[in-house]
Design a protein around this ligand. Structure first.
Ligand code: ZN
Length: 405
C-alpha cells in the first residue's frame, strides 16, 4: 500500500466518522440553531405558589414589590417577578366539620383574599408582577382525600386550623396533573382534565378580570392532554424546565419524561415553550454570585435567564423572609452592575418577542448566530468528545476562528 492510498484511506475514514457524528447528532444540532439567540441579557424572576393559602402572603408580596421597584433597566422597566397563581385551597374548617369525609375548597375570589388580590393587581399595574396560571389547587383534591384515609399527616393537613401552605405536603402530592395516590402515579382521565381547566381559566378571569395566557404546571408534571386543555382556554405560553415530566415515579420523583424543549419551540398547536432552568432560592442558601454566574452562562449562550424563586422564600419565619429579601436585593444590584444592558420584561413579552422575531431583542445576523451556536453545541452531552475523536472539531474550530468565537 502506497503512502497516498494509506492517507486517502485515513481521510475517507475521518470524513465518514464526521458524517456519522453529524447525522447522529442532527436533531440536537438543529434545535440549537433554531433556538432564538437573544441580543441582550434578559432576566425574569418566576415565583410560583402565590394565591389561595396563608394570608401573610399579601404583606410578603408587598415587600417583594418594594424591592423589585427599586431597580430599573435602561428603558425604565423594573425587574419582574411572575407569580404562578394558585386559585383555591382546602377549606379546612368545613372539611373538619365533616370529620374529613368531604372535600371543600375556598377560592381566591373570596373576600378574605381581597388584600392579596389587590397587591397582586397593583404589582401588575406597576409592572413588577405578571400573573401565570399555576392551577386551581396545588394538588389533585381526590388524590389528597384518598391519601388522607391512610396517612395521618395528610389528614391533619386537610383539617388544619387556619390556612395551611401546600409546601408542607409531601412533594409528590403537590403535583396536580397526575393521580399520585399510589406510586408510580397514574394519568388522570382526559375528561377530568378538560372539565377542571375550564373552571380554572374562568376563576382566574373572575379574580383578575383577565384571561391567563401563561401556564406553569405544579411540580412541572403535566401531559399532552393538559397542554391541549390549556390551549382551549387561550393559554399560549408554557413554562417548562426544558422537559415534560408526565408522572411521579415509584420513588415519588418527577418521571415519565416524554418530551424535551428549547426556548421558543412551538408545540403542534402553536403554543410556545420557555425554559426556566435557573434556581435562586435564598432560603436554601443560594447567594447573589450564584445567580450572576448562572445569568452569565445564559447570556453567553444567547438565552434568557428565567429564575425559579418560590413563594416559600418570602413567607414564614420573619428572619428567613428578611434574609431572602436582602439577598434578592443584593442579587439585583450585582446583576445590574454585571449587565448594564440588562432587559427586564415579563415571560409573556419575551414569548411574544420570540414569536414575532423582534429584531430589537433577537439576533438576526448570521455571524453572531453562528458564534452562539458553536458555544451551544459544545454543551451537547458527548458531542465535544466525539467531535475531537472524529476530527470534526477541526472544521468547527476553523469556523469558530472565522466568526471570532
Ligand atoms: Zn408550585
Amino acid at each position: 500500500m502506497t503512502m497516498q492510498t494509506w492517507l486517502g484511506g485515513i481521510s475517507i475514514a475521518w470524513l465518514l466518522a464526521q458524517t456519522v457524528l453529524l447525522f447522529a447528532y442532527r436533531h440536537a444540532l438543529t434545535v440549537r440553531w433554531r433556538e432564538p439567540a437573544l441580543r441582550f441579557p434578559v432576566v425574569i424572576f418566576e415565583s410560583d405558589d402565590w394565591g389561595a393559602g396563608p394570608l401573610e402572603q399579601a404583606k410578603a408580596l408587598e415587600n417583594l414589590r418594594e424591592i423589585l421597584a427599586k431597580f430599573k433597566d435602561k428603558k425604565g422597566r423594573t425587574p419582574v417577578a411572575t407569580l404562578g397563581v394558585i386559585l383555591a385551597t382546602a377549606d379546612t374548617q368545613r372539611i373538619k366539620n365533616t370529620d374529613g369525609v368531604e372535600y371543600f375548597s375556598k377560592s381566591l375570589s373570596e373576600p378574605v383574599y381581597t388584600p392579596l388580590r389587590d397587591v397582586m393587581e397593583e404589582g401588575v399595574r406597576q409592572g413588577v408582577f405578571a400573573l401565570h396560571l399555576h392551577g386551581m389547587e396545588h394538588y389533585w383534591p381526590q388524590t389528597l382525600m384518598q391519601v388522607a384515609a391512610k396517612d395521618m399527616n395528610v389528614r391533619d393537613w386537610l383539617q388544619s386550623d387556619g390556612i395551611p401552605g401546600t409546601e408542607s405536603l409531601p412533594s409528590h402530592l403537590q403535583a396536580r396533573w397526575t393521580d399520585a395516590s399510589a406510586l408510580p402515579s397514574r394519568a388522570l382521565t382526559n375528561e377530568a382534565v378538560r372539565a377542571v381547566m375550564t373552571e380554572e381559566a374562568s376563576l382566574f378571569g373572575t379574580c383578575f378580570k383577565m384571561r391567563p395566557r401563561v401556564a406553569v404546571a405544579t411540580t412541572f408534571v403535566w401531559t399532552e392532554e393538559v397542554e391541549s386543555a390549556w390551549g382551549k382556554e387561550g393559554i399560549d405560553v408554557i413554562i417548562t424546565p426544558g422537559a415534560r415530566y408526565t408522572c411521579r415515579d415509584a420513588t415519588g420523583k418527577p418521571g415519565g419524561e416524554d418530551k424535551r424543549m428549547m426556548n421558543g419551540e412551538l408545540n403542534k398547536r402553536g403554543q410556545i415553550y420557555l425554559v426556566r432552568d435557573v434556581y435562586f432560592e435564598p432560603m436554601l442558601g443560594h447567594k447573589p454570585e450564584r445567580l450572576v454566574n448562572d445569568a452569565k452562562e445564559r447570556v453567553r449562550l444567547g438565552r434568557p435567564c428565567l429564575v425559579e424563586m418560590h413563594r416559600s422564600n418570602f413567607i414564614g419565619a420573619t428572619e428567613k423572609c428578611d434574609t431572602s429579601l436582602r439577598v434578592l436585593e443584593a442579587a439585583l444590584e450585582q446583576l445590574q452592575h454585571t449587565f448594564p444592558e440588562i432587559h427586564f420584561m415579563t415571560s409573556l413579552e419575551l414569548a411574544e418577542a420570540i414569536r414575532t422575531k423582534m429584531p430589537a431583542l433577537l439576533e438576526s445576523k448570521p455571524i453572531p448566530q453562528i458564534r452562539i451556536w458553536l458555544r451551544r453545541i459544545k454543551q451537547i452531552r458527548g458531542f465535544a468528545k466525539l467531535s475531537k475523536i472524529s476530527g470534526l472539531a477541526v472544521p468547527l474550530w476553523i469556523i469558530g476562528k472565522a466568526v471570532g468565537a
